[in-house]
Structures are given as structure tokens and as C-alpha cells.
Design a protein around this ligand. Structure first.
Ligand SMILES: *Cc1c(COP(=O)(O)O)cnc(C)c1O
Length: 423
């Protein structure tokens, strides 16, 4: 099945139940086991039936199977938000005393989680330059449990050196995690490039209209092989006392053990679970993802070309532009010349950047991306405000930088709005 078909049909059979064409919303907290034996079999992971919605739900199952199939992964877990997906993805690998190596160009919220919050959990985040990955190998030691980066970074719009990162990670047996929120699997499928885990803020393009928060974690078909017998991941290879001595590595012939452990231990204990209604809304979003991403990319390219020749714009960062330093990587990795709807530009002064936000009419001042409606933001004063000046420079954010998320309106109307706001 191709992506458009997966997004519309995968994991749901209209021949079940009354034949509803739309995936039903199973708005329920719990499930009738029917018998004590059936209940015991479910807890023992012998019967895949449901236990309690914190751990899984039939509506959410459909969404998880579609996202896993779109990323060509082996299994996925959908969560309450992108942030919880990212937290789970790391907490499933690292514990107190361990470290992770993270790209310097990532979403501000993720960086704060890594640098400040995980530090209080005893997990150290070491920052590397994902553009070149030249410094990556030196940062890895025996305690390194994950390498994290974004496939098209928000807000810097950078594309990592995937090949080199994967080579180094595989050499050292370290798990790679890629946040694929901005390209989405329509433009780029990280698992097909040797990356081990994909995470998403599904609140963005997958939802598509700024309606619901959600996150997703998808594991590669090769991840079991990387975890089994790997001394870095002893907790997958030794009995889990919190689950009556379950050894995940021994389940590798039946389960994807990365998402299995995440579900039965982390999702169970932490419970950042998506509501069935939000899962249903994301199922609607997925059905139009491919057409939306195409249009977001077309509109964004037109706007990038306009901004690129504007007298008050110093620099435009959009990888579909020939002049962009990331253009070659975009050509190599991204499908159909698309680069999604996110771009950055620098105005000729800080004053103009601030004034511009006051003058736009169609573009709304919103710290979100991936909406059908066009959005504009000034990262230095909002999403990245909690970072110090030094951290800002490290993250590649200048005070003149403006980020826009190009929506699905008419591109000429959007250009006219930006033109009047830049005067
Ligand atoms: C928004 C975003 C997140 C956080 O996701 P939420 O769904 O808002 O929790 C993480 N990574 C990227 C790239 C994002 O854009």
C-alpha cells in the first residue's frame, strides 16, 4: 500500500461491527474481560485485548497502526502530546547517571526538557552539531543511551548529516531518535535511512488544523536487533521487577520490545495518554496529510521566493530554494522537491521584525506550526525565551529571526499580507 492509501484505510476493517465508514470513537476508560482467565491472559501479554485506556484503546490502535505503517516502522505509541512522546522516547533508554547526545538545532521546548528537566532526573544532555556531526563521536561514551535530532529542525530549518550520524551510532550501538514533525513521513521516512526511532508532535501537520495535542513514537523494524544483548540497554535484557520479572529481550520474536517496554512500564506509570476523541480527530487529519503537505510546500516555496528578493529581508532559510545551504540535502533526502510549510527569515533590523508582527493580518501571531492557517512568530521573545543568550546563539536564533508556518490559504493573499507588513 502507498502512503495515501495507508492514511485512509490501514488498520480498520468496515466489515467489523455495524460497518461504520468512519473509525468509531471508543470513548471508554476500561474493558470487560469476561472472565478471570481472560483478564490474567491480558496482563500476561498472552492475549492482546485491552485492559484500560491508559495502556491502549481501539480508536488509538487504528491511529498507531497508520502512523507506524506510514513511517514503515514495526510499532508505534501515540501519546498525549509531542513533549510526552519525546520524554518517553528518552526515558525508555536512559536513567540516572546516563547521558544523551542531542542536536543543538532543535525545538526550544525539547531543549529545555533535555538540558534542564532531565538533568534533575540525573540524565546529562550533551549538545552536538548535527549539520556536520563532526563532534558527535567524541561525545559518546559507555553511558550514552541515545542520539536525538530533528529531521528538519524547528525553527532553524536545518537538515542533519543523517548518514554520518547513523554510521557513528551503529558503530557504537547507540539508539538514534529523530523528530520528524516538520517533514512528516510524506516528505521523509527516517527509518528507511537507518534511524532507529521516530517521534512526532502530531499536534502539528498530522492533526493539520490546530485542533488537538498529540505525540507519536515509532520504532524501526531493526531496533530489536540493536537492543537484544546490547550492554548499553541492560534493562531490556534483564528481568523487569516492575513487571513480574519480564525480560523484554525474550519477547523479541513476538513484539517490538522498545514500544512494548514503553507501554507496559512507562505509559503504565506516567500515563500521558491521548484521549480517544483526540485520536479520532488525528485519524481525520491523516487522511488529508499528503495533499496538505503538497500544498503547504507549494505555498511556502512561492513565499520563500518572494521574501528572498525583498529589500528588507536579509536572509531566507527554506531548503527548497536553490540558494539555501541545505538545498543539496533536501534534494537528496526529501520527496518530490517538497520542504513542508516552515521557514525562517531575518529582517534588516530587530525593530522591523517586531513591527512586522504588529502589521500582519492574515498571519496570526501564534507559537504553533502545521496549522491550515498561516502563523508567524518571533522565537527569541517566545518559544526560545527561556534560553540564555548563550543558549540562543548555540541554537542559531538571532533577534531579527522570524519564523512562519505557511498555511493553506491562497499564496498570493499571503504574499500581499507579508509585503504590506514589511514596508
Ligand atoms: C511542537 C513541537 C514539539 C512539542 O510537541 P507538543 O505536541 O506541542 O507537545 C516537539 N518537537 C517539535 C519539532 C515541535 O514542533
Amino acid at each position: 500500500m502507498q502512503k495515501e492509501t495507508i492514511a485512509t484505510h490501514y488498520g480498520y476493517d468496515t466489515k467489523t461491527g455495524p460497518g461504520a465508514m468512519a473509525v468509531p470513537i471508543y470513548q471508554t476508560t476500561a474493558y470487560d474481560f469476561g472472565s478471570a482467565e481472560a483478564a490474567a491472559a491480558r496482563f500476561a501479554l498472552e492475549d492482546p485485548g485491552h485492559i484500560y485506556t491508559r495502556l491502549g484503546n481501539p480508536t488509538t490502535d487504528v491511529l498507531e497502526s497508520r502512523i507506524a505503517a506510514l513511517e514503515e516502522g514495526s510499532a508505534s505509541i501515540v501519546t498525549a502530546s509531542g513533549q510526552s512522546a519525546i520524554f518517553y522516547s528518552i526515558a525508555n533508554l536512559a536513567a540516572v547517571g546516563d547521558n544523551i547526545v542531542v542536536a543543538k538545532k532543535i525545538y526550544g521546548g525539547t531543549m529545555v526538557l533535555f538540558i534542564h528537566t532531565l538533568k534533575r532526573f540525573g540524565i546529562e544532555a550533551r549538545v552536538f552539531d548535527s549539520d556536520s556531526a563532526d563532534d558527535l563521536e567524541n561525545l559518546i561514551d559507555d553511558k550514552t543511551r541515545a542520539i536525538f535530532f530533528e529531521t528538519l529542525s524547528n525553527p532553524q530549518i536545518a537538515i542533519p548529516n543523517f548518514k554520518k550520524i547513523v554510521e557513528i551510532a551503529d558503530k557504537h550501538g547507540v539508539v538514534t531518535i529523530a523528530d520528524n514533525t516538520v517533514p512528516t513521513p510524506i516528505i521523509f521516512q527516517p527509518l528507511n535511512h537507518g534511524i532507529d526511532v521516530v517521534v512526532h508532535s502530531a499536534s502539528k501537520y498530522i492533526c493539520g488544523q490546530g485542533l488537538s495535542l498529540a505525540g507519536a513514537v515509532v520504532a524501526s523494524k531493526n531496533l530489536n536487533a540493536k537492543l537484544v544483548g546490547n550492554a548499553r540497554y541492560a534493562h531490556f535484557n534483564e528481568p523487569d521487577e516492575s513487571y513480574h520479572g519480564l525480560v523484554y529481550a525474550q519477547m523479541a520474536d513476538k513484539f517490538d520490545i522498545y514500544t512494548l517496554r514503553m507501554r507496559v512500564a512507562l505509559v503504565r506509570d506516567i500515563g500521558a495518554t491521548i484521549s480517544p476523541f483526540n485520536s479520532w480527530q488525528l485519524i481525520q487529519g491523516l487522511e488529508t496529510l499528503s495533499v496538505r503537505i503538497e500544498r503547504h510546500s507549494q505555498n511556502a516555496r512561492k513565499i520563500a521566493e518572494f521574501l528572498n528578493s525583498h529589500k528588507h529581508v536579509k536572509r531566507v532559510t527554506y531548503p527548497a530554494l536553490k540558494s539555501d545551504p541545505e538545498h543539496e540535502k533536501a534534494q537528496k533526502y526529501f520527496a518530490g522537491g517538497m520542504a513542508s510549510g516552515l521557514m525562517c527569515f531575518e529582517t534588516d533590523s530587530y525593530e522591523r521584525a517586531v513591527k512586522m508582527l504588529g502589521k500582519v493580518k492574515l498571519f496570526k501571531i501564534v507559537v504553533n506550526i502545521g496549522d491550515s492557517k498561516s502563523l508567524i512568530t518571533h522565537p527569541a521573545s517566545t518559544t526560545h525565551q527561556q534560553l540564555s543568550s548563550e543558549e540562543l546563539i548555540k541554537a542559531g536564533i538571532t533577534k531579527e529571526l522570524i519564523r512562519i508556518s505557511v498555511g493553506l490559504e491562497n499564496a498570493d493573499d499571503l504574499i500581499a499580507d507579508l509585503a504590506q507588513a514589511l514596508e
